[in-house]
Each structure stands twice: as C-alpha cells, then as structure tokens.
Design a protein around this ligand. Structure first.
Ligand SMILES: [Zn+2]
Length: 169
C-alpha cells in the first residue's frame, strides 16, 4: 500500500524516532509499504517518519527498483564509521521541488538489522554515503534543509511558507 509522504513542516518529520522493538508483522507491512511508496514517488530513499511512523527504519534503493540487489532495508541503524566530505545537490520526497547542496561524508558505514531481524553492516560511498546520512537524519528529526544556512535556507523556507498559505503544500 502506498502511504502518503509527509511534507516539511509536519511535526512528525521534526521529532526523533524510537528504536524498533521487534521486527514483527507490523514492521514487515511497514517495510513493504515504504518500498512501494519509495518506488511510486519515485525516490531513492525513504525513512519511516516520512510516512508518519516514528520508528528508526529506512529503505534505500539507488536503482529505484531496477536492480534487486540495490534494495537496502535498515532497522535501528547506527553509524560505525564516517569519513571524508562531499558537497552535492540533494533533494527529499518530503520537500518536493527544492534542491540544495549539502555537505555529507564521502564514506559511511552503517550497522543495523535487515528486514528479517538479522544484523547487517553496509558500507556506502559517494551517493550511498549521502543517502545513509540523509535517511539517518530523518530518524533524528532532521530534514536536509535544516542543515542549510543563511540566505539559501531562508529562501526555501519562505517559499514553502508561501505554498502553505496558498494551500499548495
Ligand atoms: Zn528525505
């Protein structure tokens, strides 16, 4: 089932999420729905808070469904290593229509559980490292524009407010 994706400004997007207590049937259903929702959007990553569920869980597929091996489901993820720096343009399904350059680690190793509750450790470089950091941020209630500073951030926030006022957000 495709679930609605919350947009920047919705309170559930701006709160830290809680650990998943058990990878039970409800979590399996949530994972299936999140994958379906991510592919339908389409997007390369989706975190549970974006569909209004305050749990530490995200899905990433840089191939957007084209290469099954690219699908990553991460439950209760933690960073094991982060190093380097990359500065690239980034967007978010919760902030449609806006992109900005964000500083991210060049390499990130994440450990967590897969959708069957087995421990897994995955190394990400370049785009995958960026996606890991972006989705981990969602679990902490941070959206990429929260990481921007100055005029660029003000401009995006002002435009979103304007869209909200006119009922288009
Ligand atoms: Zn996002």
């Amino acid at each position: 089932m495709i679930r609605p994706i919350l947009r920047y400004g919705d309170s559930l997007l701006h709160l830290p999420a809680a650990d998943v207590a058990a990878v039970d049937d409800n979590v399996q259903q949530l994972v299936d729905d999140m994958i379906e929702t991510m592919y339908a959007a389409p997007g390369v990553g989706l975190a549970a808070p974006q569909v209004g569920v305050p749990l530490r869980l995200f899905v990433i597929d840089l191939s957007v469904g084209h290469r099954p091996a690219d699908l990553i489901v991460m439950v209760n993820p933690v960073f094991v290593e982060r190093e380097g720096m990359q500065i690239e343009e980034e967007g978010c399904l919760s902030v449609p229509g806006f992109n900005a350059t964000v500083v991210r680690p060049a390499r990130a190793v994440v450990r967590g559980l897969d959708r069957f509750g087995n421990e897994q450790t995955i190394e990400g470089r370049e785009l995958l490292a960026r996606a890991f950091q972006h989705e981990m941020d969602h679990l902490d209630g941070t959206v990429f524009i929260d990481r921007l500073r100055g005029i660029k951030k003000d401009l995006i926030v002002r435009r979103i407010r304007k869209l909200k006022r006119s009922g288009r957000w």
